[in-house]
Design a protein around this ligand. Sequence first.
Ligand code: ZN
Ligand code: ZN
Length: 183
Amino acid sequence: MTFLKNEKKIILSLVDAPKSYVDGEIAEKISVFFKRKVLIDFISIPLEKFLNPIRDQYNSTEILKYFIFNHPIENEDKNCLIVRKDLFIPILTFVFGEAHLNGNYCIVSTHRLCERFYKRVPDTKIFRKRLLKEIVHELGHTFGLTHCINDLCVMHNSFTIEDTDRKKEYFCEECFSELDDLL
Ligand SMILES: [Zn+2]
Ligand SMILES: [Zn+2]
C-alpha cells in the first residue's frame, strides 16, 4: 500500500505481536470503517517498566505516555498499540484497552481475547473477531465517539468478554452517523 505525503493514516502498532494478528481482513475493515489507509507497524516497548508486580498487570496509561513521548505523531495519524500483556488502570481490575478521546492514541490488549484465557480451546476466528471489535472500539474513541447504550454496537463498553462477543464489530446507526460527521 502506498501513502501520499501528509495523508492521514491509521497505524496499527504491534508490540511484540505477530503480523498475522491484524493481517488482511482486520486491517481492511478498519480502513473501510474510518475511511483511512491502514499501516501495520512493528515496534518494541520495554513493557516490563510498566509492570505492576502485585497485580501482575501492565499500566496502559503509562504505556501510552511512554509511546507518545517516543513516537511523536505525524499528520494527525491515529495510532493503535496492540500488546499481548494484561492491561489495567488503577480504578479497574483490568481493561481490554484504553483510548484518548478525540486524540491520536489508543491501546488494545489481546490477553483476554484468547479462549485460552478462559480455559477453553483457542479459536483463531473468535480471537480475530474480538480483536477487530476492540480495535474499532478504541479507535472510535480517538475519533470522538463515546460509549453507546446499544449493547450490539461496537461502541458499547465491554466489561466482560461476553459483552465483547455480544456486540457487533460495526457501529449502530446513531454512532455510524456521528462518526460520519466526525470523519
Ligand atoms: Zn470504551
Ligand atoms: Zn452505537
